[in-house]
Design a protein around this ligand. Structure first.
Ligand code: ADP
Ligand code: MG
Length: 329
């Protein structure tokens, strides 16, 4: 059963279309990540759903109701942005209570609901602080609490973690996912970070140049990219044109091929046709650059012991499982 349905959605600015035919559906309680490079139209799509910008054509249904004619405050949607946009002269509690005041919720119940969501985002002890007394991660949790307190039917998050440092970002993404599941809240989360998308989502909508090019769960997107863009964006795939692929494999290959870096085996062999040309240590993984038959490849190898690290110039034999080769358009 579809809870959010978007049909033939079009958004133009003058002569330029940001997107001209977006369509998807989301089930109740699903966590969907909209993943794509900067400028592909993610924020515009979210703003259309929230009603912060008009649509040029198409329908947006939420629980069967068309949102397009409704003003933003009538849509019952919560939204969190990259910049927290908190009121600097209000305490955490007042910031969170703001939406309830607008809805004319009585003081007693409002207090209770604010306390409840502050506990949910683990900020109950910070209720009387002002935004300038909080870290970036805490500010973003206030923004999240503020969007949850009105009990929206749909939560939209536009790169809420992008401005935070790596450790806080990881912690907060787990917290967001946990809260979302606890509340059974239908959520559309925007990011340009593939790791965020792969770790958080029920399903990912991969977007490029105003189009959803692939949708599916993380495993489907990672192991079966539909085209070269998807392969490059999601999985650090090696993309080989048919000529390079033919040379590397020693047989005629009519299509372009994608090979995941971890799907190539390396074996030190003085007679091997590959040569290590560089590496970077990613911690548990060593990412090698290898040249073979005039083709440059990226190969990921588990970093188990000091002996796993081959020097530049080391001759190697490559082992590629035929089942690991993906044809891509
Ligand atoms: P993303 O969030 O994926 O980075 P955006 O939705 O912000 O992408 O932008 C998509 C495209 O729409 C960009 O090319 C951007 O320049 C254009 N765009 C966004 N807002 C406006 C606007 N108000 N006027 C004109 N063009 C815009
Ligand atoms: Mg954006």
């Amino acid at each position: 059963m579809s809870f959010v349905t978007v049909e033939n959605l079009q958004k133009r600015y003058g002569d330029t279309a940001v997107f001209s035919d977006i369509a998807f559906s989301i089930a109740k309680g699903e966590f969907i990540t909209l993943l794509g490079p900067s400028g592909c139209g993610k924020s515009t799509l979210l703003r259309c759903i929230a009603g912060l910008t008009g649509v040029s054509a198409g329908r947006i249904l939420l629980d069967g109701q068309d949102l397009v004619p409704l003003a933003p405050q009538k849509r019952d949607i919560g939204m969190v942005f990259q910049s927290y946009a908190l009121f600097p002269n209000m305490t955490v509690e007042q910031n969170v209570a703001f939406g309830l005041r607008m809805q004319k919720v009585a003081t007693g119940p409002a207090r209770e609901r604010v306390a409840e969501v502050l506990q949910l985002v683990e900020l109950d002890t910070f209720a009387q602080r002002y935004p300038h007394q909080l870290s970036g991660g805490q500010c973003q949790r206030v923004a999240l609490a503020r969007s949850l307190v009105t009990r929206p039917r749909l939560l939209l998050l536009d790169e809420p973690l992008s401005a935070l440092d790596a450790r806080i970002r990881k912690h907060l993404r787990e917290q967001i996912r946990q809260i979302q599941q606890e509340l059974g809240l239908t959520t559309l989360f925007v990011t340009h970070d593939q790791e965020e998308a792969l770790t958080m989502s029920d399903r990912i909508f991969l977007m490029n140049k105003g189009q959803i090019v692939q949708s599916g769960d993380a495993q489907a997107l990672y192991t079966a990219p539909v085209n070269a863009f998807a392969a490059g964006f999601i999985g650090n795939y090696n993309l080989l044109g048919s000529e390079d692929a033919s040379r590397l494999l020693g047989r005629a290959v009519p299509r372009s091929l994608a090979i995941r870096p971890e799907a190539i085996g390396l074996l030190a062999d003085p007679g091997g046709d590959g040569e290590i040309t560089g590496h970077s240590l990613l911690g548990n993984v060593i990412r090698y650059r290898v040249r073979a038959q005039g083709v440059s490849l990226v190969v990921d190898v588990l970093n188990r012991s000091a002996a796993d690290l081959y020097p530049n110039g080391q001759r190697v034999r490559l082992a590629i499982e035929p089942g690991e080769l993906r044809e891509v358009a």
